[in-house]
Design a protein around this ligand. Structure first.
Ligand SMILES: NC(=O)c1ccc[n+]([C@@H]2O[C@H](COP(=O)([O-])OP(=O)(O)OC[C@H]3O[C@@H](n4cnc5c(N)ncnc54)[C@H](O)[C@@H]3O)[C@@H](O)[C@H]2O)c1
Ligand SMILES: [Zn+2]
Ligand SMILES: [Zn+2]
Length: 363
């Protein structure tokens, strides 16, 4: 059923496994194989560490997703195709791909409506009970693997996942040329939202954070303006942001990529009458929300969850055409065996994005 060049028997399937909070191990796991003629087998080259991986490592749960059995971490990966099923015609062994790590059921109403990110039966890497991609070999449906052009590296390929999150957020915000966009949070997602908004033609892009060094990066990367959020009332932070942008009526679009309650509150006071607010950050489940501002300004408020049709393709294109330089966000690349140390670094918050080389990667 499969054509093969690299022999998978020669590759390790060493995996980085979370047993329970703050307890991780490395173990060789059974090698996956192609289950359907539409599947491919991928050797994982690089995986970025996401805040959610760190959250599972520290707390063992995110909301109602609880790690009950040992789980392989990681979901931001790029790899090399080593086998393809008999019906795969878009990929061949040796192709380098970005892996989209969540698979909808293809049959429910949301999947059929083209909103597979909202599939109730979603199988998503490193979201319990499903294993993640910090492993040697990964079997996936071929249509969730995106071929990287020759000028996009495998390390850049591992950055396509967070970039696709930002693409989805900016699409939800319907950013138009010439608009003003305020982005709360200058972590990887906020920084990438700023870059995508710029590529959509936004003319004023203001990044907000509580840490000056994050804003220095934002200014270098894509933002036209930055603002350090102060410990004052949300209305006062909002006024300072509007003054800084010379926009007394507020910004066309406000995106939250922080999940922090004060920044969400500020957002509703920054957005203009009839403007758009998008919730991308995930913090506390319930907060005090300025609902009167939402009502009186007829704000269009939307959520944004992961990514959907076309988001990965656009993310790859933004990197290939040089519009978003994801390389600048890669703080470090470490060997597989240093995965736990890398998680500690991300937890301490001194880095932007750390990549872990796959267990078969020679370093
Ligand atoms: N919607 C989705 O599908 C999706 C996908 C991935 C991540 N996320 C969420 O997006 C958010 C950003 O992800 P990330 O990887 O960049 O995380 P991150 O933790 O690196 O970035 C969050 C940033 O917000 C800043 N911040 C904290 N409090 C703030 C405040 N009061 N005002 C302004 N900034 C503040 C932090 O200093 C940090 O720089 C997280 O909440 C994450 O859970 C959502
Ligand atoms: Zn992620
Ligand atoms: Zn579905």
């Amino acid at each position: 059923m499969a054509t093969q060049t690299i022999n998978k028997d020669e590759l390790s399937n060493l995996s980085f496994i979370l047993n329970k909070p703050n307890d991780v191990t490395f173990a060789e796991r059974p090698k996956p194989s192609i289950q359907s003629p539409h599947d491919v087998l991928v050797a994982v080259n690089y995986t970025g560490i996401c805040g959610s991986d760190v959250h599972y490592w520290v707390h063992g749960a995110i909301g109602h997703f609880v790690v009950k059995e040992p789980m392989v971490l990681g979901h931001e990966s790029a790899g090399t195709i080593i086998e393809v099923g008999s019906d795969v015609d878009n990929l061949k062994p040796g192709d380098r791909v970005a892996l989209e790590p969540g698979y909808g059921c293809r049959r429910c109403g949301n999947c059929r409506a083209g909103k597979y990110n909202l599939c109730p039966k979603m199988i998503f890497a490193a979201t319990p009970p499903y294993h993640g991609t910090l492993t040697g070999l990964w079997a996936a449906p071929a249509d969730y693997c995106y071929k990287l052009p020759d000028n996009v590296s495998l390390q850049e390929g591992a950055m396509i996942e967070p970039l696709a999150v930002a693409v989805h957020i900016v699409k939800q915000a319907v950013v138009k040329p010439g608009q003003s966009v305020v982005i709360m949070g200058a972590g990887p997602v906020g920084l990438l939202c700023a870059a995508v908004a710029k590529s959509y033609g936004a003319s004023k892009i203001l990044s907000v954070d509580i840490i000056q060094s994050k804003l220095d990066m934002a200014k270098e990367f894509a933002a036209t303006h930055t603002y350090v959020s102060q410990r004052i009332a949300p209305e006062e932070n909002a006024k300072a942001i509007k003054d800084l942008l010379s926009l007394p009526d507020g910004a066309d679009v406000v995106i939250d990529a922080s999940g922090a309650e004060p920044s969400i509150q500020t957002s509703l006071h920054v957005v203009r009458m009839g403007g758009t607010y998008v919730q991308g950050g995930m913090g506390k489940s319930d907060i005090t929300f300025p609902i009167m501002a939402l009502c009186l300004k007829e704000v269009t408020a939307k959520g944004s969850f992961r990514y959907g049709p076309g988001d990965y393709e656009l993310a790859v294109d933004l990197v290939a055409t040089g519009k978003v330089d994801v390389k600048r966000l890669i703080s470090d690349v470490v060997p597989f065996k240093q995965a736990e140390e890398a998680f500690s670094k991300v937890k301490q918050g001194e880095v932007i994005k750390v990549l872990i080389a796959g267990p078969n990667e020679k370093q």
